[in-house]
Design a protein around this ligand. Sequence first.
Ligand code: ZN
Length: 169
Amino acid sequence: MPMTSNSARAAPDQATAGGDDTWMRLALEQATAALGHEDVPVGCVVVDERGTVIGRGRNRREESADPTAHAELVAMRQAAAALGRWRLDGCTVVVTLEPCAMCAGAIAQARAARLVYGADDPKAGAVASLWNLVGDPRLPHRVQVRRGVLAEESAELLRAFFRQRRGRR
Ligand code: ZN
């Protein structure tokens, strides 16, 4: 059996454990923290198969002057460092906004079991909106996806940020 097939199927009890809302609240806290350095408020946490948060990240593109410092990559690097391996088998990536192509690609590369996200991103989303990079049957690893968790809170945070930025110009 190929090594990738196990991680593609997350245990159903993970999805129904009631943890997704709790983890999304932590991701929203990270998103709010991004506002402190004028970064677009997107936050992410990575949770292992036991439900322990092993990575937290917020968008730090402005803060770090790094085009790849999206919340998901920051959180996944921390999670991989905590595990001491690049594979995030059994892990759930919880992010406030639909991942872009870079992050969706990284989530699949990391072999994450599940992706939970809040608001859709019609301009750049690479999970449902523009592409589906984590569920393409041509790719060896597929990620279980849950959309729309606390989506309104995530979207409102983003709207407020862009309203305020327009107001300042
Ligand atoms: Zn991204």
